[in-house]
Design a protein around this ligand. Sequence first.
Ligand SMILES: *Cc1c(COP(=O)(O)O)cnc(C)c1O
Length: 866
Amino acid sequence: MNSLETAPGAHAGWIVVKFGGTSVSTRPRWDTICRIARDWHAQGKRVLIVVSALSGITDKLKTIAEARGDRDKREAVRAEILDRHEAMFAELGLSDRATLQYWLDRLTALSQDSRAENAELPWQAEVLALGEQLSSTLGVAYLNTLGLPAHWLDARRHLLAQALPNQTAWGTYLSASVPTAPDLALAAKLAGEGEVFISQGFMARNAGGETVILGRGGSDTSAAYFGALLKAEKVEIWTDVAGMFSANPRIVPSARLLSRLDYEEAQEIATTGAKVLHPRCLNPVREAQVPLVVRDTNRPELAGTEIGASILAAAPSVKAVSERRGITLISMESIGMWQQVGFLADVFARFKHHGLSIDLISSAETNVTVSLDPSENLVNSDVLSALAADLAEVCRVKVIAPCTAVTLVGRGMRSLLPRLASVLAEFDLLRVHLVSQSSNNLNLTIVVDEAAADGLVPTLHAALIKAEALRAEDPAVFGPAWSELYADRLAPPAPPWWRQRREELLQLAQQQGPCYVYDLASVRARARALRGLLAPDRWFYALKANSHDEVLRCIAAEGLGLECVSLAELERAAQFVDSSRLLFTPNFAPRDEYAAAFARGARVTLDNLHPLQHWGETFRGRDIILRVDLGSGRGHHDKVRTGGAGSKFGLSLDQLDEFHALARGLDLAVVGLHAHLGSGILDAGHWREVYAQLAALAQRFGRIEAINIGGGLGVPARPGDAPLDLAALDAFLCEIKTAYPQFQLWLEPGRYLVAEAGVLLARVTQTKRKGEYRYVGVDTGMNSLIRPALYEAWHEIVNLSRCDEPATTLYQVVGPICESGDVLGTNRRLPACQDGDVLLIAQAGAYGATMASHYNLRAPATECVV
Ligand SMILES: *Cc1c(COP(=O)(O)O)cnc(C)c1O
């Protein structure tokens, strides 16, 4: 390897490559990083690798940075961060831990620092920087073991932040900017030090030598700064998608890869909604004229999106359509003083006073309407009412929210207008509040009510291609469709089961009145998909999600066990599986339920000291599983998060010693550890994290056999939400199991198995108009399905009687219960409904019938299977 170090002249140009959190969180991903760096190096380049923190770590550091007086919380999170890096150290097979230890000690010192109490900003910056310092340290060590001599480069040594005029103290420490211009002397100096470097994203130093943080999108921005500084030949941002697309591929799978963009177009696309690149990272590379490429770590054969100087020869084309939700509009109507000198200055001063920056503006003789973008502003109702009160002194104010801004981006937008006529016709039925054409001729933005914006972007994208305003056939600009590139990632393309059984369902609804219908084939398919994963040893179905006999029989036949939370559930479950497949995981249950569960031979999970302190004899000599609280919950709504001190579940870790003492006295053996942190989680990395934490904890027990990482496997509710990636989940779990092969891995999902298998059918009773609202009422409501009222859960609703008619009316879909919360869906666009129509509420198979009530003495929907 020495030859690499001794031939400096041979390696001239610099390539900066950046990898985000998921790309640095596993050993196979680091192998990929090594391969990419090696390839460049073999082509005679010097390589600077910029890394983010391991995924999830920055959030944890933020928790420490903001915990203030809560020492216990800081300590718990510190321990989690430590465990995570220990696990990574082990996974990478490293042996020399001195440097890692240095940064871990620094974490300990900082979290015990007296500055923590006031969360002082310089201290916060130092805490937040640790994630990248740790990940880059692990990376350098690992690349060296692979024979690629990489040097650790302290980003703070080279990136000097400069305070901006009017910047707050918070901004100077936690959202800093670094002015960069090519520094050839620095490039030459580094060239003398080595050929491959790893540095940290997200941080810089200030003039006083303190650590500062770059804020959101920080690692991409760091790569851009380094690219500019070294006047690199190229900056490559490696991520999990091939580049920027002509629309968000999650909602428009036919969106085309953008092969080539100029800096300004890319900036517009990033600013108006695309999440691939942070808009801040484009300025530095544009000024230094360094090309920036976005590429997919999993698909290195794809060329990605190259962003560079504009190519004048290309015909004008719309490049992308994007949307931003949660936009607030402020409409200001003049009260007679419009022409008055200084009026606008007066109005805008009031926005400045409240710290609000304005995005779009449209003006008329007597009205000026502006938009506030929540990603740039701290828009909350307090700020808005204060602003409105202030503005009311000089004009009539109306706040219009929430709105969605839909933007078409492309150089030469004005010359495209004639082609857009048919596209703009799509806005026909919608309430358009504002139209704005940017003065740089790069975008056209239309703001509409958010409730009406569902489905708009796919329609516009198709219309743009049809009108040849988006010249999808031009190979210089457009690459393949996302659906072609990632066919394997597409959500199951088959329409939901109930679409093909419409006639049958309509008949059922007419005969039965309100009813839940379950499709056993869907349940079976889900069970098989889970059983097909390699890592888990055992699956238990949490039957509180749906305890219909046929559903349980079907799941039991697929070989899953059953997880029960009450004695009645246990008795039901015992009809379908033998005792070796029964789990009992109650919470605040009475003593006799534990005794009965032991008598039945079920595995019992405890999550409190009280039963051992007061009912010891029930537990003497038993094997049990211990449910712990890992300190923070997850999930789709506060009410389904089951971790953290605010939640009643799990034993707090600070009571472990006491638990051990009690267990010893009763000759009790803890044979399993359990955590279930919430419901509706779509991020596969979550369970890896839970496993890592429980496995680390297992060292404090004698003979743990099984680790139960709970349920909570989510099902995407809204169109466009990405489904849980089962393959990724399996890969994560396989990986972590290699680190801890001694434990059995158990999971206990509920919702995942049954949510999509069930629908609720209800018939329209009455319709009503009140002001601007239209209501459609059906013959059952929160007495059958309480999730919308309880969790603000979103369920797709269709008018099954009129599937083929255009959805023209915006409805509030409500039930017959005397309660304002009796709403099944808000702002749903449906065909005009008539009484007797059958509405179908989708994804109602989980936590529907099992949570139903007889409120108002209205019998809830009946249940049947097809
Ligand atoms: C409810 C519950 C589950 C299942 O949760 P889902 O979100 O439906 O997967 C798993 N474990 C325990 C302990 C539960 O209470």
